[in-house]
Design a binder for this molecule. Structure first.
Ligand SMILES: *Cc1c(COP(=O)(O)O)cnc(C)c1O
Length: 330
């Protein structure tokens, strides 16, 4: 038992997610032993990391009597797709505010297509207006007698982060059972709930290794470490823990921002092809390929030395691959 077991939660996926050795990739790189934690295989709506957060956020929405989930993300947002999928499980409506400078034309693909199949109502607004639009949609719904619940970008608040604190407890149990020792966990980080939760979960579970977030779109001078600490502290507060996170505690690597959010470059393209051709494993162009590409570069440079065991946390996103067919050129 941990304090997390007292927090209301709905079940949206079978757990634990598998851990597998990537022996061919390890051999190919001539570096450390590499394991992968398959959160791309959470069972709701084609999988991904947002499911663990939504288990707590949807429970809160239901407790508050909500009939509609509202959230936001990019046009190819995995978080929006999974929020729409979670809504269907609980008989809730879903309104998605998708950041786009113009309404996408032509045949929709990837996550956008899945949002449509799931029956979510879509609103396209410029990126800068996303939060305001969520409030506007919520106000309109309230006028008609509905009860909306706003899920923040990426599900990244204290309550959502508890999903990843719990994931670390899950991981620690699996590692003990398999007698594996992990020196370093590598994963993509963007809105921060995953990393904030993992850091808290490392404390709760007594995980001793390093945790490094590969930044997808955040530089380190714009308050990102501070927001990680704030999310983690909110999560600890909800759990009634004395633990305090400081911004300096979060290990972040912002060397792989490339062309910016959602822009697939050589780093991502090569990681997608290498993972597929050594392991039959798909990573997504926006998040997991950027983090895997960063990890491969760190192995090549010796920053992640050969004697260690590295766990790559696969956070999902693979449906977005289909929206990048033109850029893949494999
Ligand atoms: C949202 C997302 C992330 C980043 O998680 P945060 O909690 O937003 O930092 C990583 N990978 C995938 C596939 C995602 O969809």
């Amino acid at each position: 038992m941990t304090p997390i077991d007292h927090i209301p939660r709905v079940k949206l996926t079978s757990l634990p997610t598998p851990i597998e050795p990537l022996s061919n990739l390890s051999r190919h790189l001539g570096g450390p032993k590499i394991l992968v934690k398959r959160d791309d295989l959470t069972t709701l709506g084609m999988g991904g990391n947002k499911t663990r957060k939504l288990e707590f956020l949807v429970a809160d929405a239901l407790e508050q009597g909500a009939d509609t989930l509202i959230t936001t993300g990019g046009v190819q947002s995995n978080h929006c797709r999974l929020t729409a999928a979670a809504a269907t499980r609980h008989g809730l409506h879903c309104e998605l505010i998708l950041g786009a400078d113009s309404v996408p034309q032509g045949v929709s693909s990837g996550n956008l297509m899945l949002d449509q199949i799931l029956g979510a109502r879509l609103h396209f607004v410029p990126l800068a207006q996303r939060n305001q639009k969520m409030e506007e949609v919520a106000a309109e719904l309230r006028k008609t007698g509905r009860t909306p619940y706003i899920v923040p970008l990426g599900g990244s608040n204290g309550l959502g982060a508890i999903g990843y604190a719990n994931a670390m407890v899950e991981l620690k149990g699996q590692l003990c059972h398999m007698d594996w020792l992990v020196d370093h966990i590598i994963f993509p980080t963007s809105s921060g709930g995953t990393q904030a939760g993992m850091q808290l979960g490392a404390h709760i579970s007594g995980f001793q290794g390093h945790l490094t977030g590969i930044s997808i779109d955040q530089t380190l001078d714009n308050g990102f470490p501070e927001s990680l600490a704030s999310i983690a502290n909110d999560a600890a507060g909800i759990l009634g823990l004395e633990w305090v996170a400081t911004p300096g505690q979060f290990a972040l690597n912002a060397d792989y921002l490339g062309g910016g959010y959602g822009v697939m470059g050589d780093l991502e393209r090569e990681a997608i092809v290498l993972a597929a051709r050594t392991e039959g494993l798909f990573v997504d162009p926006v998040y997991s390929a950027r983090a895997l590409g960063g990890m491969i570069h760190m192995i090549d440079q010796g920053t992640l030395p050969a004697g260690e065991t590295i766990l790559f946390w696969h956070t999902g996103g693979t449906p977005a691959l289909f929206a990048y067919a033109d850029a893949l050129d494999a």
